[in-house]
Design a protein around this ligand. Structure first.
Ligand code: N01
Length: 543
């Protein structure tokens, strides 16, 4: 096991020597920062290599207009420090990107994490040295570092996806992807703008930029179910109440399937009268956030009558809000069940389509044929604009790993291994890639709530290896096969596998279809991981 004295300084690395650490972390976003904190607490030497010029991960890159939380701000922050909880004032119930980025910078400063982070360091490869049981990473600038363990805190939605449209590079105006928004911003005032994509990013962006653009054309392939966010500032009294209730907030989050603050109504929608049902739908509609999704009758999230009934309620809301009935019909989802895709929360999205300067184009009816110098061409017509925004999503979960060259035992690469879908044990390790912990595979739901216990578990596993004098922890092929079968079998049954979305890799042409995260609820996942640890890391080989 590497010890403190093996650690070289960053300066040594720059002079040609290879920096040595106990743990190398790729990424300094939400999980990377917390991993650094925990590792240091446990006495490990660790360094994070971060591609961005700042910390924050998702909240560093996704700085498009309108980007914000749609889970409650106070349920999203770290829980590990009472001092931090009491010091930090969330400004809004659903924090906007600049404030969240500020929060993560505050955390980096408060816990003195920056000295463990090398920014502007895009990792190009990570190779396992089987003789030494160590990983070596190489950065784009040639910088190298080695560590006993490698933790990929690279995010589940960080590898941006831009469709390979013909003529993409010929566009003469400004084009950008929501997930890599220019640091200096994009001036859209009075401009003609085209947006491709109407997922959660597109919905937030479109609503915000519609306030200032000259003309907006929205290219929609699939209409989504969207619900009002009902955001607002947090006043002083509420701030005090929030700070006094963190234990209850976090307790509630830890009990629910997706680690959110909302609990399903245990009644079936169909067990109450139509009047009572509608009264509950309307009441929840007026409330903020995901409550209308995750706090409703439990069976609105199961295929069947209740789901269809609730979907109809949503469709009627769209019809009420959009003046032109033809446009309203275009905005009504027809190809997937309510809840089978992520529910974007919005603050005036549908009303955007009542503006005279906004045009909605259905690119399922008339697909995009090519990008031109001045806009784009569908099978139906040509559209011109000065700015083109790709709100076209991400190669989720596995994309951020596959684009790194991760080479394990026998020179096998993780991207080859994942070619037909991820093969892991509990999402945290893949057989043949010892000492590599993949944080991005295992967490779903309210990200920080799910990720904190996962990072804890991974750090404790590394500590166990160290304490017991081992140099290597590797998932067994059997444990991996059982887990992969479990994900495939149970994954098919859950609602979020039913639609063509990033949850199952269906948004990326050619990507193998299958649930990319665990089909289990967050409490079940925590219990499974705890049981593995209690049995001396059953399912892993320790050497
Ligand atoms: O990406 P998406 P996103 N031609 O994949 C369309 C999280 N998030 O960035 O649906 C035309 O959902 C595509 O169409 P279709 C959240 O978890 C959170 O919006 O595939 N269109 C779709 O409309 C979310 O789920 C927040 O038919 C094409 C869009 O592009 C996840 O990130 C905010 C196309 C992509 O939607 C991803 O959301 C934002 C093509 N060739 C995001 N290819 C919060 O609030 C793709 N599209 C915290």
């Amino acid at each position: 096991m590497a010890t403190q004295h093996e650690t070289a300084s960053g300066a040594a690395g720059q002079s040609g020597e290879i920096e040595q650490y106990d743990v190398i972390v790729i990424g300094a976003g939400v999980t990377g920062l917390y991993a650094l904190y925990r590792l240091r607490e446990l006495g490990f030497t660790a360094k994070s290599f971060e591609e961005g010029s700042g910390v924050g991960g998702t909240w560093f890159w996704n700085r498009y207009p309108g980007c914000r939380f749609d889970s409650e701000s106070y349920s999203y922050g770290y829980s590990f420090s009472e001092e931090l909880l009491q010091e930090w004032d969330w400004k809004e119930h659903y924090s906007a990107q600049p404030d969240t980025e500020r929060y993560l910078n505050y955390v980096a400063d408060k816990f003195d994490l920056r000295k463990h982070i090398r920014l502007n360091s895009r990792v190009m490869s990570a190779v396992f040295d089987e003789k030494e049981d160590r990983w070596e990473v190489v950065m784009e600038d040639g910088h190298r570092a080695r560590g006993r363990f490698l933790v990929t805190s690279v995010g589940i939605l960080s590898a941006g996806y831009t469709p390979d449209f013909e003529g993409k590079d010929t566009f003469k105006g400004i084009s950008c992807h929501t997930g890599r928004w220019p640091q200096e911003g994009v001036d859209m005032k009075g401009k003609r703008v085209g947006v491709i994509g109407t997922g959660a990013s597109g919905v937030q962006l479109i609503t915000e930029i519609a306030k200032e653009v000259g003309h907006l054309t929205v290219f929609q392939r699939t209409a989504n179910f969207c619900a009002p966010l009902r955001n607002g500032p947090i006043d002083d009294e509420t701030q005090k109440q929030i700070k006094a209730s963190y234990p209850e907030i976090f307790k509630k989050c830890m009990e629910t399937a997706g680690s959110f603050m909302h609990e399903f109504d245990t009644r079936s929608a169909m067990s109450v009268s139509p009047e009572e049902r509608l009264e509950q739908y309307e009441r929840l509609w007026q409330e903020p956030g995901f409550k209308k999704w995750l706090g409703n009758f439990y069976d609105v999230m199961l295929p069947g009558e209740a789901n269809e009934d609730y979907a109809e309620f949503f469709k009627n809301k769209i019809r009420e809000r959009v003046h032109d009935p033809v446009v309203a019909e275009m905005l009504i989802p027809k190809t997937h069940m309510f809840g089978s895709k992520r529910l974007p929360c919005e603050s005036g999205y549908y009303e955007v389509f009542n503006q005279d300067n906004v045009l909605l184009v259905d690119v399922r009816e008339a697909p995009i044929q090519r990008i031109t110098e001045t806009g784009l061409q569908t099978t139906d017509a040509e559209y011109e604009f000065e700015i083109l925004v790709y709100a076209t999503g991400f190669d989720a979960v596995t994309g951020s790993l596959s684009r790194l060259h991760i080479e394990g035992e026998g020179g096998k690469t993780l991207s080859d291994k994942f070619a037909n879908g991820p093969r892991t044990f509990m999402g945290v390790q893949s057989a043949g890639f010892p000492n590599l912990f993949t944080i991005n595979q295992a967490s779903v739901g309210n990200f920080v709530r799910a990720a904190e216990p996962l990072v804890d578990w991974i750090c404790e596993a590394m500590d166990y290896v160290r304490q017991n004098g081992y140099t290597c922890i590797a998932a067994t092929p059997e444990a991996e096969a059982d887990w992969t079968r479990h994900v495939a079998e149970e994954g098919k049954k859950i609602l979020r596998s039913q639609a063509d979305s990033w949850f199952v890799g269906a948004n990326i042409p050619g990507k193998a279809r299958g649930l990319l995260t665990s089909p289990d609820s967050a409490p079940v996942m925590r219990a499974k991981r705890a049981a593995v640890a209690e049995k001396g890391y059953e399912g892993f080989i320790l050497r």
